[in-house]
Design a protein around this ligand. Structure first.
Ligand SMILES: C[S@@+](CC[C@H](N)C(=O)[O-])C[C@H]1O[C@@H](n2cnc3c(N)ncnc32)[C@H](O)[C@@H]1O
Length: 296
């Protein structure tokens, strides 16, 4: 895999249990969020989906599907984050919905799909193409008017989000769910012998300089070897959990509270590929998110 591919779209594709777990936790949180926000009508609510996708995915027909000879109608239709948010039960809704995707075709497809849904008829939807980093900055300046509260979902597969964009949300009334590519990408960029592959990408992702990143993930010791004293650099144990932990600590410099244990998403072999993290300035919101995670 080339370095560029590593950062943008890892080999792990959609599907499997982990996608469902992530979207399930998120939808449950949206319901709680809207239920609570109903009590605070002063705040105009914004839903911001920074990596909204096209709303569909290629479904790989597995062996069982073929054996059962299911018709197309029987196939479970994939519902991405966008559709799930519009279909939240109890008629709960945000005042504004923003769907962003860098891929123009995807956002057009999503717009067509969502506008055809009955659940979208009474809602204000906006679709924007372009880099989510840019739109996050716009969101931040809107939130600084102190009239809006936003629920932000950042669901990329790669390391597209720069720390600067996250930082722009400091001091705003925002709750954020973010998919961190801990095992699938970041860990692979932390070479075992201490070389940081794509150093500047790692720096902009964590918002930390090379030295600070090294201190988190490597230990250097002087050891006696056959050839005299030699400096040996070793990568820390359990680096994937430590990547998740560092990202949470970084989020905690922007929001007052973060969940203690993010949702760990494993691939089919039980290997952790992503962590789904949450942060907010509201203690109760974090409590709710933690309870939801425990239940999925
Ligand atoms: C994992 S998919 C989104 C899945 C979606 N949340 C769902 O549940 O169906 C990631 C999407 O991010 C988009 N993307 C990649 N880089 C981006 C960027 N810098 N800004 C905005 N969108 C980006 C891709 O085009 C892709 O459609």
């Amino acid at each position: 895999m080339s370095e560029i591919t590593l950062v943008k779209e890892p080999i792990e594709q959609w599907g499997g249990k982990w996608t469902e777990q992530k979207l399930d936790a998120f939808s449950k949180y949206v319901w709680s969020y809207l239920t609570i926000m109903k009590k605070y009508p002063y705040w105009q609510t914004i839903y911001f989906d920074g990596f909204a996708g096209s709303g569909s995915r290629k479904k790989i027909k597995n062996e069982l599907f073929v054996q059962l000879k299911l018709s197309a109608e029987d196939e479970i239709v994939y519902k991405g984050s966008a559709e799930r948010v519009l279909n939240i039960k109890d008629n709960l809704k945000f005042n504004y919905y923003y769907f962003i995707d860098t891929n123009k075709n995807s956002i057009l497809k999503l717009e067509e799909k969502l506008k055809s849904l009955k659940s979208s008829r009474d809602k204000k939807l906006a679709f924007r193409d372009g880099d989510s980093n840019k739109w996050l900055m716009e969101l931040a300046s809107t939130l600084k008017t102190n009239k809006f509260a936003a629920l932000v979902l950042l669901d990329p597969f790669g390391m597209q989000i720069n720390w600067n964009s996250i930082q722009s949300l400091k001091g705003t009334r925002s709750d954020i769910w973010i998919l961190v590519p801990t095992g699938v990408i970041v860990n692979r960029l932390l070479d075992r012998k201490g070389k940081l592959l794509l150093r500047s990408k790692l720096e902009s992702f964590f918002g930390l300089d090379e030295k600070s990143i090294r201190e988190e993930f490597y230990e250097t010791k002087t050891e006696d070897t056959l050839f005299g004293e030699t400096e040996i650099t070793r990568k820390v144990l359990e680096p994937i959990e430590k990547i998740a932990n560092l990202y949470l600590r970084r989020l905690n410099t922007i929001w007052k509270f973060t969940i203690e244990k993010p949702l760990r998403l494993n691939n089919n072999h039980g290997f952790p590929i992503f962590h789904f993290a949450f942060a907010s300035n509201n203690k109760n919101a974090v409590k709710i998110a933690s309870q939801i995670i425990k239940g999925v």
